[in-house]
Design a protein around this ligand. Structure first.
Ligand code: PEP
Ligand code: MG
Length: 836
């Protein structure tokens, strides 16, 4: 058992004690940098809180770290965001290595200057090596510099000196709040950030430890939702590094959005229905009939001669450089074709070639004289093996990327090329696993579909297949590898089944389904330029949900009649600060430019809830979905709202179809206030205010729709949030995924109320939530009186085609029936035609 000792620290400043929870920076408020307390200072000379050694002095002069004789490492950080002042207003009087006495002046600052230029003067006193601290206590009220105790730390004495000797600092526990865990993208972001520092940075989770500079090493920890992790840094400036990296971890792991699980087929293999059917998961929908073709991976045959390290090292390094150059070419070709997702895969491959763990492993082999070929082969195969052993299917699926990029380098270092096997026309490719490079190099005209033992619904191969419209099954049983080349197969990806030895009738049925599906899609796409009118003549506007000008162009190509929802927050995500007025104006004008003269609805920033923008320094909330989100946040941040409104107004010049709408409106006054802000800016710029709508996403807005309709030019129903708030079911909770459904009778009643309120004042109503892209729900939405549907671009042709098959009168009758029902199951039965 560790003995305990208490370290009492004197206040470095005169002032008022403020708990860390109230510091407007999550890095401090969430104890990411360490635990302690803050002082709202009334003096401006920072005194040493105890005797010790300065172990880090920040070059910007606003912070330093002091190690006490007992081993506690104490960071004093003056102000919030003061690093941005780059030293202005600060005079740090000590350097790393200096020994100081308690009460000695260490840092002086110009309080007036710092107060006007920084977010806050609050000064944090933190223990950063919390692994040796067992308790933190502080008084309340006023303190005097050098006289009163500000902080009392209980130290585990037996561990203190040992831990501190290595200069290691550790963060507090960070909990993974992102439902998809620490997958490739957050891991890559952390690794990239960590590589900027010279010291050692580690990530610990569940007994495992990873090099935080290595994408693969991080991924191999298999960190999932709810896991707790700790960051450790060692070396000069470790505490600062730790704070910076912990902020990255918090940001990437809290943010959903781009990290959200892809909409794909069920994750687990389903049981086969009969012995002639092998079951996997749908990686890309569709059905294909064709002859089996085993795409056995060609082995790179390469001599594994021993080699002097001095000869092997440069040979391997130049093969790696050559592989990077190949990837660069592939990447720019795919980007130029607009295949951004595929390009991103090769971008990740290039990143893997800089992975320090992988390179260290290879260097280990080289140093032992294994030779460049054997050292590289051993390194990447060991890495891939480690990953493929993980339980997490998503991470295990990434082993394929390592094998792919590893084989690329191997080919180059060994100077051999893969023999291309001639593919028979119309084949169904069977493989243990395929790599993104295999798919990119496939003659797709000859492949009807593919089925692999490896992979999953969200693997990169699945993404490629979906983009190429190639039906694919992943996670199939290994028995598929015993199927003989030339055997007839039916690949029913929609149902996740590979059917062996199909009978004539089965083949015919599959061919019919295939032909019908292709005809349907082709017809939908070729008719997508025409309007969507029901059989009885009701015209429905079909628009698209977009996040960028590229999306908008694709939507226009697929027949969208405009943009029903442009999620402007996409422009604000994944960057260190908010975009300026000019950048915003250009982005909105580019989206509108894809639909000259047509309706383009830009939604004003919707953050808060599950959407974080770290640079807004949002206060921590107990229930963020019920807190300052959407319009509430904008009204609390008038400068943010003002910049966006001005950018939208400026973009509306020359784009008369541009409209805007406010998210998460729950009170009439909120909308009045936001609209007044719009009118004010419009007047100041001398530009007429564009049409301005309300998103109906919460029950109060639906209930008050008749009042809101008096004020708003149009409504757009966000069924994703409306379902979440009506049913009190978190839209991101996988356990409730099947139940937070827009077809639930309670949500249908909300939509009905919204439409009735809008009708009373002749306002149009659109739906831009997920329900608008679901052909099953479209009849109900039309029957309830919705005028416009806005769906993701690829769904636009199919939604238009579905509308043309409907009779509006029948939809109204169906909706009336649905409104009488009491359960979601009854609505499903009604839609399936099982209830008359
Ligand atoms: C919705 O809530 O339905 C909506 C369209 O907004 P978002 O999905 O962006 O929250
Ligand atoms: Mg919403």
């Amino acid at each position: 058992m560790d003995q305990q000792l208490t370290l009492r620290l004197l206040s470095p400043l005169d002032g008022e004690i403020v708990p860390l929870d109230n510091v407007p920076d999550p890095v401090f408020a969430q104890r990411i940098a360490g635990d302690g307390v803050s002082v709202d200072p009334t003096s401006s000379v920072v005194l040493a809180p105890c005797a010790g050694e300065i172990i880090y002095a920040h070059p910007a002069g606003h912070a330093f770290t002091l190690r006490s004789a007992e081993g506690a490492e104490l960071m004093i950080h003056v102000g919030v965001d003061t690093v941005q002042l780059k030293g202005e207003g600060f005079s740090l009087k000590v350097r790393a290595g200096d020994r100081v006495q308690a009460g000695q002046p260490l840092l002086e600052f110009d309080a007036d200057l710092v107060a006007t230029k920084a977010r806050s003067l609050l000064t944090q006193v933190l223990a950063v090596n919390m692994d040796i601290v067992s308790a933190v206590k502080h008084p309340a009220g006023r303190v005097r510099a050098g006289r009163d105790v500000l902080l009392e730390l209980t130290l585990k004495a037996a561990t203190a000196s040992a831990k501190s000797a290595g200069g290691t600092v550790a963060s507090g526990e960070l909990t993974v709040a992102n439902p998809t865990g620490f997958h490739a993208r957050p891991a890559a972001m952390l690794a990239q950030e960590a590589k900027r520092f010279a010291g050692t940075v580690r990530l610990r989770c569940g007994g495992g430890v990873a090099n935080a500079k290595s994408l693969v090493s991080i991924m191999s920890l298999n960190i999932g939702f709810g896991d707790k992790l700790v960051l450790e840094a060692e070396g000069p400036g470790a505490a600062e590094i730790l704070a910076a990296l912990a902020a990255v971890v918090t940001r990437v792991l809290d943010a959903p959005g781009a990290e959200a699980a892809p909409a794909a087929a069920p994750a687990a293999p389903r049981a086969a229905r009969d012995p002639r059917a092998l079951a996997g998961v749908c990686a890309s929908p569709g059905i294909a009939v064709g002859k089996a073709f085993q795409a056995r991976q060609e082995q790179v045959e390469a001599a594994e001669a021993k080699e002097e390290p001095a000869a092997a090292r440069p040979r391997l390094a130049s093969a790696i450089e050559a592989a990077k150059a190949e990837l660069e070419i592939l990447l720019s070709k795919l980007s130029a074709e607009g295949a951004t997702e595929q390009a991103a895969v090769f971008g990740a491959h290039r990143e893997l070639l800089e992975d320090p763990e992988l390179l260290d492993l290879a260097e280990g082999g080289v140093a032992k004289g294994a030779g460049a070929v054997a050292a590289w082969r051993g390194a990447y195969q060991e890495y891939a093996r480690n990953l493929s052993r993980l339980d997490n299917k998503l991470l295990a699926g990434r082993a394929v990327d390592i094998r792919d990029v590893g084989a690329r380098v191997l080919r180059l270092v060994a100077g051999v090329s893969l023999k291309q096997r001639e593919l028979p026309a119309g084949c169904i490719l069977l493989a243990d696993e395929l790599t993104p490079s295999d798919i990119a190099g496939l003659d797709k005209a000859k492949v009807a579909g593919l089925c692999t033992v490896g992979g999953g619904a969200s693997s990169h191969v699945a993404i490629f297949c979906r983009a190429a419209g190639l039906p694919a099954i992943a996670a199939a049983p290994a028995a598929i590898l015993d199927i003989k080349d030339g055997e007839q197969l039916v690949l029913d990806a929609d149902n996740g089944e590979l059917r062996l030895k199909p009978e004539q009738a089965e083949l015919a049925a599959a061919a019919d389904r295939q032909a019908a599906g292709a005809r349907r899609r082709e017809a939908a796409v070729s008719a997508s330029g025409q309007s969507a009118r029901t059989k009885d003549g009701k015209h429905v506007h079909v628009l698209a949900n977009v996040g960028s000008a590229a999306d908008a162009k694709e939507a226009a190509r697929l027949g969208a009649e405009g943009v029903g929802l442009c999620r402007s927050e996409f422009l604000f995500l994944d960057r260190p600060s908010a975009p300026g007025e000019e950048e915003q104006q250009a982005a909105y004008a580019a989206v509108a430019g894809a639909f000259p003269g047509k309706e383009v609805i830009i939604r004003v920033l919707d953050v808060g809830g599950d959407k974080h923008l770290p640079y807004l320094q949002l206060a921590k909330e107990e229930n963020p979905f019920l807190g300052e989100r959407g319009i509430r946040l904008l009204l609390a941040r008038p400068e943010l709202l003002r910049a966006q409104l001005r950018a939208l107004l400026l973009a509306s010049r020359g784009n008369p179809g541009l409209k805007l709408m406010f998210p998460m409106v729950s009170e009439v006054d909120e909308f009045r206030e936001a609209k007044a802000a719009l009118n004010r800016e419009a007047q100041a710029l001398g530009i007429p205010a564009p049409k301005c709508g309300v998103m109906i996403e919460v029950p109060s807005a639906a209930l008050l729709s008749a009042h809101l309709a008096k004020e708003a030019d149009f409504f757009s129903i966000g069924t994703n949030d409306l379902s979440q708030y009506t049913l009190a079911m978190d839209r991101g909770n996988p356990k409730l995924a099947g139940r937070a459904w827009a077809g639930d009778p309670s949500v249908l009643k909300m939509i009905d109320l919204t439409v009735k309120g809008a009708r009373a004042h002749n306002r149009p109503v659109g739906v831009c939530g997920g329900a608008a892209g679901d052909p099953q729900l479209v009849p109900l939405l039309l029957g309830l009186g919705v005028d416009e549907l806005s769906a993701p671009p690829p769904a636009v042709p199919l939604i238009k085609a579905a509308i043309r098959e409907l009779d509006h009168g029948a939809c109204q009758a169906l909706a009336a029936q649905a409104l009488e029902l009491g359960t979601a199951a009854e609505v499903r039965a009604l839609l399936a035609g099982k209830v008359k």
